[in-house]
Every structure is written in structure tokens, then in C-alpha cells.
Design a protein around this ligand. Structure first.
Ligand code: EPU
Length: 349
């Protein structure tokens, strides 16, 4: 595996931002991936594992360490009764897997259509959309444990999945390199129809997996959430903020504040969803819009998407200008509603 130096990282991210990596290697096999991580660890070099670059905000100064691009490929399928167990190498493109599953009549990931990035990154933030989350179908995550210098398989329980959350973002941050992920899909299973907007778009009847995929793709396209390198409005990292999880009283206070400032009309209700742990999920995109942020608002080449207030777009700026824009948006929402938005993509450098 050859090592390159001072490699600009912007072309490897969907935002198109980020300075150079001190060292850059590409791992095409699982063994090569383990060797690259181990070598960097032995040399005490910081490591950045790079998949699809769709959820990364890399500093303009770049990354002073080794970037290892995960380009491992491979899929194994074992069928048992109505269940198909699918093991995928970390570098497999996520949406290829979804398209394949749908074509095979395997249910479980159909609502996760059109999400950029690679399989190995999906457990990190428990990727979710349109009522489905990867944690529902993950049966194990094979990792290289950098602390113990050994391979192991993490049970879903050990992954501590939550809304856009897992052990990989918290206690075990940086400890594991994901090698492969195992999923259990249901042959002939019905698609998951839990998200109001998706149900509405599908209308009456029992849709096929293919119909659900097609519908999710068109909803995502309309929001600028299907990555297309030729679409200048698509230079985003998806949702830039997570939807805030708040206590019910806070949700009540936000509604009252919205009414008081005329951001919520008579007879109109604020989008909110109760969660299993008793908290309430608010819609960050709604809060941003109703805080008076205009879609398309741009400063120094960094702007709010014209299609979805929750996405920030690189319009020829820098990482610094993008993060400054994020701060502007956050303070608007904080001032209007007393809610602090958390940044969703991973920040590097
Ligand atoms: N809304 C607005 N203005 C906007 C955008 C949204 O008022 O500009 C309102 C909508 O009307 C709706 C609510 O906010 O009532 C929720 O909007 P939407 O259905 O578009 O979903 P979201 O909560 O903004 C989340 C995920 C997306 C995922 C969609 C669909 C997070 C941080 N984001 O967005 O995931 O595709 O739901 O399930 O949870 C991502 O993580 O990168 C991502 C794209």
C-alpha cells in the first residue's frame, strides 16, 4: 500500500472542504486496513478513517496525521428461512447495498435509500431516515480494537445505539476501526411505513419495497439530500444539526415562544414527536426557519440550503466560513426559542 503526502482532502468530502492530510493511504482489503491502522498507531500518528466523506467537516488546516481511505469491498449472504444475513465490508457504498436489498426482495433498509457514504460509517451515528434506523437490522459490528490490538465483534447491545448516537461517538470514540457490519434482512417482509411524510407520498395500498425506495429517493431529491457532485446545492453534509431531544416542558415553552413571536399561527401546531424515553424530538429545520433564517442565506461562501433549512451548503467558502454560518444559525435559534442545536457531522482538525 503506498503512502502519499500532503493530499488535499476537499475532493474526498461531499462538502468539498478540508485542507491536506499529512499522510494518505488507501486500504482495499480488511487485512490492509488493519495493517494501516496498526502502523499509524505504532508511529503514534493520529488516524482518520475516511469512507464516503459525507458526514465530515475537515478543518482548512487539514489533518496532521494519517488518513486511511477505507475502500474494502465484499458481500456475503447466508439465507436461513425468511432471514438473510448479509455481511458487508466497511467500504461498500451504502446505497448500493440498499438498492441490492430492495431488488432481492429483502426488507429492512428500504427507507434508508439515497443516503451517501459507506457501510462502515453507518453504525457510528446510527444512520436513520424516514422511520428506519440501521440499529434495527444490525446484528454485529466487526472491529479492529486499537487498544487491545485484536479483532472482535460487537453485539448491538454493546454499540449502545440511540438517535444519531452510539458507543462509537462516546465512550469508545476512536477506539475501534470498523471492518465489516452484519445485517439481518427479512425476505418478503413488508416495508416500514412509519414516517408521516412518506405515508402521505405513498397514498393508500400496500407498496412494494421498490416503490418505497423510489418514493424516498424523490422526497430526498426535493430536499437536496441526494448527493450529486454536479449539483452546486448538493455540497452539504446532509443535516448539519441533529433534531433536539428536549423535556416535554421545554417543548411547551418553545411552542409558547413561537406563538408569542408570531412564528406559529393560530390553529397551527409545531412539529414534534414523543420518543420512547419520555423526551420530545423537535424539528431543527422548522426551528431554523421559524427563527427567521432565510433558506439560501449566504455569508462568505457558506449558506443555508435553499431546499432544506437543516442543511448548510458550501458555496465556494471555507470550513471556517461554514462553521461561522453554523454559529449564526445556532444563535438565531437560541435567541428565538432558547434551544441550542448540536452539530451533527463529525468535525476533524
Ligand atoms: N422543516 C421545516 N423547514 C425546513 C425543513 C424541515 O419547517 O427547511 C420541518 C418539516 O416541515 C417537518 C420537520 O421539519 O415538519 C421535519 O423535516 P424532515 O422530514 O425534512 O426531516 P428532518 O427532521 O429535518 C431528519 C433527518 C434526515 C432524514 C429525515 C427524514 C436528522 C438530523 N435528520 O431530517 O437525515 O433524511 O429526517 O427521515 O435527524 C441526515 O442525518 O443527514 C439526514 C438527512
Amino acid at each position: 500500500m503506498n503512502t502519499r503526502h500532503d493530499v488535499p482532502l476537499a475532493p474526498y468530502t461531499t462538502l468539498g472542504l478540508g485542507g491536506p492530510a499529512r499522510a494518505f493511504r488507501e486500504a482495499r482489503t480488511t487485512q490492509g486496513l488493519i495493517e494501516a491502522v496498526s502502523a499509524a498507531d505504532e508511529a503514534k500518528m493520529p488516524v482518520l478513517l475516511l469512507g464516503g466523506g459525507s458526514n465530515l467537516v475537515i478543518a482548512d488546516e487539514g489533518f496532521d496525521g494519517t488518513v486511511i481511505r477505507v475502500a474494502t469491498r465484499g458481500r456475503q449472504v447466508v439465507e436461513a428461512g425468511d432471514t438473510a444475513r448479509v455481511l458487508l465490508c466497511a467500504g461498500e457504498p451504502w446505497d448500493d447495498f440498499v438498492a441490492w436489498s430492495v431488488a432481492q426482495g429483502l426488507a429492512g433498509v428500504e427507507c434508508l435509500s439515497g443516503i451517501p457514504g459507506c457501510v462502515g460509517a453507518t453504525p457510528m451515528q446510527n444512520v436513520g431516515a424516514y422511520g428506519q434506523e440501521v440499529s434495527e437490522v444490525i446484528t454485529g459490528v466487526r472491529v479492529w480494537d486499537r487498544r487491545e490490538r485484536s479483532q472482535r465483534t460487537l453485539h448491538p447491545r454493546e454499540c449502545a445505539f440511540g438517535y444519531r448516537d452510539s458507543v462509537f461517538k462516546r465512550e469508545a470514540r476512536g477506539r475501534y476501526a470498523v471492518l465489516s457490519v452484519a445485517f439481518a434482512l427479512r425476505r418478503g417482509g413488508a416495508p416500514a411505513l412509519r414516517y408521516g411524510e412518506l405515508q402521505k407520498a405513498l397514498g393508500e395500498g400496500a407498496p412494494t419495497l421498490a416503490k418505497v425506495r423510489e418514493t424516498v429517493l424523490s422526497l430526498r431529491r426535493a430536499k437536496g439530500m441526494v448527493y450529486d457532485p454536479d449539483d452546486p446545492e448538493g455540497r452539504t453534509a446532509g443535516s448539519f444539526f441533529t433534531n433536539p431531544l428536549v423535556a416535554p416542558e421545554t417543548a411547551g415553552a418553545v411552542t409558547a415562544a413561537a406563538r408569542a413571536k408570531g412564528a406559529l399561527g393560530e390553529g397551527e401546531s409545531m412539529p414534534q414527536w414523543p420518543t420512547a424515553d419520555g423526551r420530545v424530538k423537535l424539528a431543527a429545520g422548522w426551528l431554523i426557519e421559524r427563527a427567521g433564517v432565510d433558506k439560501g442565506w449566504t455569508v462568505d461562501g457558506a449558506g443555508v440550503s435553499r431546499r432544506h433549512a437543516l442543511a448548510l451548503v458550501n458555496r465556494g467558502g471555507t470550513t471556517r466560513s461554514l462553521l461561522a454560518m453554523a454559529e449564526r444559525v445556532r444563535s438565531r435559534v437560541r435567541e428565538a426559542f432558547g434551544v441550542t442545536l448540536e452539530i451533527e457531522p463529525e468535525r476533524v482538525g
